[in-house]
Design a protein around this ligand. Structure first.
Ligand SMILES: [Zn+2]
Length: 135
């Protein structure tokens, strides 16, 4: 049982827990104010570390990846409902074809909306600040 306490992660002194998840794992981030509050460092329990700029960039990357994932899922829904419609027609199954077709069209519209959101996303260029960071 003595190892149990040793194995527990202890927050760094002066750190505050956030509600933000770590981009590198499933942990939550704590924030530490450094250099008299001029620099914020975010760390998770396994040691992933981010500055404000690198954390924002990592979250922007997460959002883009999630958007593409949703777009792909919606396109899969279109393909599968299309195949299902053909199957229902060929086999003469008593399944609501109009409902399937409506869902296929809805998935098509939603996929297009997601692609539009990806195109419209304007990510702030933080490069000038990153060159000054030592995080
Ligand atoms: Zn982490």
């Amino acid at each position: 049982m003595e190892n149990y306490l040793d194995a527990q992660q202890k927050p760094e002194p002066g750190s505050q827990a956030t509600l933000i998840s770590c981009p590198g794992c499933t942990g939550v981030l704590s924030v530490i104010a450094e250099r008299g509050g001029a620099h914020l460092r975010f760390v998770c329990s396994v040691g992933h570390s981010y500055s404000l700029q690198t954390l924002l960039q990592a979250k922007e990357d997460d959002v883009e990846r999630a958007f593409w994932s949703v777009a792909a899922f919606l396109e899969h829904i279109q393909m599968i409902t299309g195949m299902f419609l053909q199957y229902v027609e060929r086999e003469g199954l008593p399944i609501d074809k109009e409902s399937l077709e409506n869902r296929r069209r809805q998935a098509e519209v939603h996929a297009e909306q997601i692609r539009q959101m990806i195109d419209e996303t304007e990510v702030t260029d933080m490069e000038p600040h990153l060159t000054d960071e030592r995080a």
